[in-house]
Structures are given as C-alpha cells and as structure tokens.
Design a protein around this ligand. Structure first.
Ligand SMILES: Nc1ncnc2c1ncn2[C@@H]1O[C@H](COP(=O)(O)OP(=O)(O)OP(=O)(O)O)[C@@H](O)[C@H]1O
Ligand SMILES: [Mg+2]
Length: 246
C-alpha cells in the first residue's frame, strides 16, 4: 500500500509549553485518521508541523515518501484550518474567487485562465458544501458557518490526495454538518487520505479507520479503529481516554 504520511518521534515545544512528545504513526492511501484530544493537547500543532507552518525541530515527517524539508508537491495536500473564517465584510473577494484561487497551485499555466472544467469543478464543490447559491456573494458578508463551508470547498477543488482538516465544521449547523461528514467519508471511500480533528468524538470514531488519541503525556496513542473493543470505544466517548487528567 502507498505510504502517504509518516510521522516519526516528533516532539515539539513552544517556548513556554511542552506539547508533543515522541509522536509516531504512519498513514497509507485511503486511511482516515481521527485525532482526539482535549483543548491544548497539541492537535493543531501537529497539523501545522506536517504543513511546515511550524518548524520541525525533533523527529521526522515524510509526505508521499519525501522528507517534508524537500517536499514540493503542495497541490497534493488540502488544508482547512481551525477557524479558517474571519473575513470582514470589506474583504474584496467573492465565494467563487476564494475557492478558485486554490486551483492556481496545481495549474501548469495559471495565466491561461480558467477552463470549462475548472468552472464545473467549482460548481461541484460548492454544491457539495451547499453553497452554490452564494457563489457570487462577497465572502465577508457570509456567516461564520457559511465561510467555513466555503473553505472546505476551497480545499476540495484541487482534488488533494491528502486532506488535513482541523475542526473544519466549527460553526456549521447540524444539517450541513451531517452532509459534510458524509461527503468527507465518501471522498475517503474513493481513496482520499484524510486527517481530521473535531470535538465530536463519537462521530470521529465512526468515520475514522485510525485514531490518534492524546492523553496527558502528549505522545498520542495510535490505534486501528477496527481493533477497538466496545468497552474501549465507550471509555473514549466518556473522556476516560484521550483527555488530560487534571
Ligand atoms: N503560538 C503558540 N505559542 C505558544 N504556545 C502555543 C502556541 N500555539 C499553541 N500553544 C500552546 O500549545 C498547546 C497546544 O495547542 P494546540 O493549538 O496544538 O492544541 P489543540 O489540541 O489544537 O487544542 P484545541 O482543541 O483547543 O484546538 C496549548 O497549550 C497552547 O496553549
Ligand atoms: Mg486546535
């Protein structure tokens, strides 16, 4: 099986806080990793290290078999950040422009303009997140949950092989949430490798094939979803695993 992401003995400290300690796991094509942990456990920090938003100090991260220091195929990776949305109404871009802009990273000749197939993709991803009717609206005039849905569409339009989503559904209402989770599951069924955090542990366990559970020590417990017993699942639901012990 194709190896997509390998994290080996990664540790990370902020100047005033030790966060990750010897985190290791490997994902193959089609895996869906759910990252579970309390506020401050280091979930976002780990995702930012994978994306080189934060500098890796200790350990090693490999993407598609290439060390991240040498990795250049950024178009293979989609990212939805935690609180991606925070545009004010003055922000001068439409929903379509925000989503389409993410195609440039993949295009060989961006100056040629968008093709018919680009516009078809745009409609498809906006439809997917239920935002097609808003395509000509200014992003800054949308609600927080609507902006978040646009950011999911933006990540999807470049058809990434690895999709990293850090609480992508914050502020999204229940009906859209269920639809978006279904869509993400479907993309995963079709072979997209996914890393996702959210605070809906039961749902995350339901959709994931692998779990990374942060306990008090920051090293993360890497598990196969299929290996969990019902008792273990219940313990995770109840917060007896994967949460800081005060
Ligand atoms: N830029 C920073 N400088 C210093 N400390 C930071 C910084 N960013 C995060 N931290 C600290 O590192 C720890 C881990 O933060 P991180 O954002 O990775 O947690 P998280 O698991 O994503 O939490 P949440 O569930 O709230 O999103 C926290 O204690 C946080 O206060
Ligand atoms: Mg976070």
């Amino acid at each position: 099986m194709d190896e997509i992401l390998k994290v080996e003995n990664v540790s990370f400290d902020y100047s005033d806080a030790q966060v990750l300690k010897n985190v290791s796991f490997t994902l193959h094509k089609g895996d869906f990793l759910g990252i579970i942990g309390a506020n401050g456990a280091g979930k976002s920090t780990l995702i930012k290290l994978i994306l080189k938003i934060l500098p890796l100090d200790k350990g090693r991260i490999t993407l598609f078999g290439t060390d991240i220091q040498k990795f250049r195929d950024n178009h293979k990776i989609g990212y939805v950040s935690q609180k991606a949305s925070s545009f004010n109404s003055q922000f001068p871009a439409t929903v379509s422009e925000v989503v389409m802009a993410n195609l440039y990273s993949k295009r060989r000749y961006p100056f040629l303009g968008y093709t018919h197939s680009d516009y078809e993709k745009l409609e498809r991803v906006l439809e997917t997140v239920g935002m097609l009717e808003f395509k000509d609206k200014l992003i800054g005039n949308l609600s927080g949950g609507q902006q978040q849905r646009v950011f999911i569409a933006r990540a999807l339009i470049s058809e990434p092989e690895l999709l990293l989503m850090d609480e992508p559904t914050v502020g999204v209402d229940a009906m859209q949430y269920a639809q978006i989770m279904d869509i993400i599951s479907k993309l995963n069924d079709e072979g997209m490798t996914i890393v996702m955090t959210n605070h809906d542990t039961p749902e995350l366990i339901r959709v994931s094939s692998k779990l990374l559970i942060f306990c008090s020590h920051g090293n993360g417990e890497f598990l196969n979803r299929a290996d969990l017993t019902v008792d273990e699942v219940n313990a995770i639901y109840a917060g007896k695993r994967g949460h800081h012990h005060a």
